[in-house]
Design a protein around this ligand. Structure first.
Ligand code: ZN
Length: 84
């Protein structure tokens, strides 16, 4: 029986045949390329996620900073009001 890669059509030796998640025969090169593409997708997703996390942290940090400035201003106004 001849095993043919479902991706590139190359003939695969019995000992080297691999299968996709869908059960299609695949050669080692196509399997490797598939894994590289998968990890590239994962890396891209992680970068995307990191960008949003950084944005979220930045937003929260800026909000806290604005709150501290507001409280400091209120404190100064309060102290001047009591003193004056
Ligand atoms: Zn192949």
């Amino acid at each position: 029986m001849e095993n043919i890669c479902s991706q590139c059509g190359v003939t695969i030796a019995d000992a080297q045949i691999l299968y996709t998640a869908q059960g299609a025969a695949i050669c080692i090169n196509c399997n490797l390329q598939g894994e590289i593409k998968q990890s590239e997708r994962r890396a891209a997703a992680n970068v995307h996620h990191s960008a949003w996390s950084a944005f979220g942290v930045g937003f929260v940090a800026r909000s806290i900073l604005l709150l501290i400035i507001l409280l400091a201003v209120l404190l100064v106004v309060f102290i001047r009001h009591r003193a004056g």
